[in-house]
Design a protein around this ligand. Structure first.
Ligand code: ACM
Length: 548
């Protein structure tokens, strides 16, 4: 058997050839005008480390085996996002089913070069050669995502841009930004300036787990202007990544209530929340509150052009509605059976508003507890029960079961793991993730759009910690979402080793195989480790309500 090409994610088909193509001062880029954006991106990726110019010749009719040229082209017989890469001793020909396919092929080409190509400055003495080969490749799933919680800890814009580059390197195509929660509101809303004036900062932050955990006494916050977010959207689009914004409703809203107390059940002033966990402060269900969020989502839809808009929907306790006479009266006015129906009613209002503008709502699997518009897309996070129920009911589904896709969970049983949260979820566990539940028939399985890794940031308080938690587990997730079904851990691990060289060159502070480095250890963070059995029992218990 041939030695596999050092590619991650693994491509559908690969063949090694004889010899190699060497990049040099005379290597150029060519292809049709339409591919100029991708070509200039590739030029920008090849130049810094090699020091060569890679001039771009637009207007050529697609790939022709011109000596010394990297030729780009489109091939209508290929699927969306698919590509075919042919490397011979005389040049490179790269065809894509669309521009995204050509872009993914460029990422493959970079991985076939020495890892130094991912450094940002010129290195002497490197032989910039690509082994002759043919790669035919296309993604298994159309939704290959990562969610960043930029609320619990704010991530500066430049770090989001860096994360987008790392996603692109792994052929991920969907960035879900969790923009609002109890502990902060991170998106500028022009009509309601207090959302960020008041809601984007909290006075302090809980350290560790538990309701009696100490607070750090230091203000924390930040937000993105609409110009920042448009920039993030454009930067991602140039890398064929769609940004899916999420505004949490009708729970996880304390930062909004701090800014506009009249949105709450009691209307009383409160602070942006300083602690983690599920919060009892939820929205009231008055028409004025629905109108407020319609207006918020109008601005969200103006800034984010993608099809999906996240409305949250998770962990919304009904206690305040149950105890509040006006909420009970409201439920009766709306013809609901009781206040428990209010959550579904509110999500339906948001769904109607977004659908009228040609968009689709995305919500956590709790939205299945109520009547749900058929076009709503469900994020299955409490295991895969939500995925099964939703797909059988005809909803599209994105799978991110917490026991396989929550990259905020601790990475091993080592006592030195810096963030001892929940179960130990290692790279091999993530690699074993399959977004299609075996129980589904082909029709229902067709509703599984793909999956995503979720990076909640209660304990991820810096870009360094983000790197440690995301990598290399996100590499395993990328392969689970891109590569053909079927896993071979023994063949994945050597490819991952090669890939870590690329991450190191790119400056990513990934977790080492031997465990956390001393600077990554954080004594003093009291976590709440769980066993897989405890976690599974807990999840089975709370998902009973969404299993048909
Ligand atoms: C979630 O983890 N609360 C979606």
């Amino acid at each position: 058997m041939q030695t596999p090409l050092p590619l991650l994610p693994r491509p559908s088909k690969e063949t090694r050839g004889a010899g190699e193509f060497v990049l040099g001062p005379n290597t150029s880029l060519a292809g049709p005008e339409q591919l100029q954006g991708v070509a200039l991106w590739l030029q920008g990726a090849l130049r810094p480390a090699t020091g060569h110019a890679f001039p771009w010749h637009a207007g050529e009719d697609g790939p022709a085996a011109k000596s010394g040229t990297i030729s780009l082209g489109l091939d209508a017989t290929l699927r969306a996002e698919a590509y075919r890469l042919e490397v011979s001793t005389s040049g490179v020909q790269l065809f894509g089913g669309d521009e995204a396919g050509v872009f993914h092929g460029c990422q493959t080409l970079l991985q076939l070069l020495p890892a130094g190509i991912f450094r940002a400055g010129q290195l002497p003495g490197i032989h910039w050669a690509v082994a002759a080969c043919t790669v035919e490749d296309s993604p298994r799933f159309g939704w290959r995502g990562a969610m960043l919680d930029v609320v619990r800890h704010f991530l500066p814009k430049r770090e989001i841009l860096r994360f987008i580059d790392l996603m692109a390197m792994h052929k991920l195509n969907t960035l879900h930004l969790h923009l609002t929660d109890d502990q902060g509101w991170r998106m500028e809303i022009l009509r309601y300036p207090r959302l960020t004036e008041i809601g984007s900062w909290r006075t302090e932050t809980q350290i560790g787990a538990g309701t009696d955990a100490p607070l750090d006494g230091r203000p924390h916050g930040g937000y993105y202007t609409q110009a920042d977010l448009r920039e993030i959207v454009a930067y991602a689009a140039a890398r064929f990544i769609t940004v899916v914004p999420e505004i949490e409703t009708p729970g996880h809203v304390q930062a909004a209530l701090a800014a506009y107390p009249e949105l709450g059940v009691h209307g009383t002033p409160m602070e942006v929340h300083t602690r983690w966990g599920i919060n009892f402060n939820v929205l009231n269900m008055e028409d004025s509150t629905v109108e407020f969020f319609r207006n918020v989502f109008d601005e969200v839809m103006d800034v984010f052009p993608g099809r999906w808009i996240g409305v949250g929907g998770d962990e919304c306790p009904k206690d305040q509605w149950r105890e509040d006479p006006r909420s009970q009266q409201r439920a009766a006015e709306l013809g609901l059976d009781g206040v428990d129906g209010l959550q579904g009613w509110f999500i339906a209002q948001m769904d109607r508003h977004m659908t009228a503008r040609g968009r689709r709502i995305l919500g956590w699997d709790e939205i299945l507890e109520n009547e749900l518009a058929p076009e709503a897309t469900v994020l299955s996070w409490r295991g895969m029960a939500g995925a099964q129920t939703a797909a059988r009911r005809g909803h599209d589904v994105v799978c991110c079961p917490d026991d396989l896709a929550y990259l905020d969970y601790r990475q091993s049983e080592l006592p030195t793991e810096p963030i001892p949260v929940s179960i130990a979820l290692g790279v091999a566990d993530v690699y074993g993730f399959d977004p299609v539940p075996a129980e589904l028939d082909a029709d229902a399985a067709g509703h599984i759009l793909g999956g995503q890794a979720n990076l909640w940031t209660e304990y991820i308080d810096s870009p360094r910690t983000l790197d440690y938690m995301a990598f290399p587990r996100l590499c395993a997730m990328a392969e689970a979402l891109w590569s053909p079904a079927g896993r071979d851990l023994a063949r994945f691990m050597p490819r991952l080793q090669d890939h870590l060289g690329r991450l190191e060159a790119a400056g990513v502070e990934f977790r080492q195989d031997a465990g956390p480095l001393p600077w990554q250890q954080r004594p003093g963070i009291a976590g709440r480790p769980e066993s897989r059995e405890e976690r599974a029992a807990h999840i089975a218990n709370i998902t009973a309500s969404i299993l048909d």
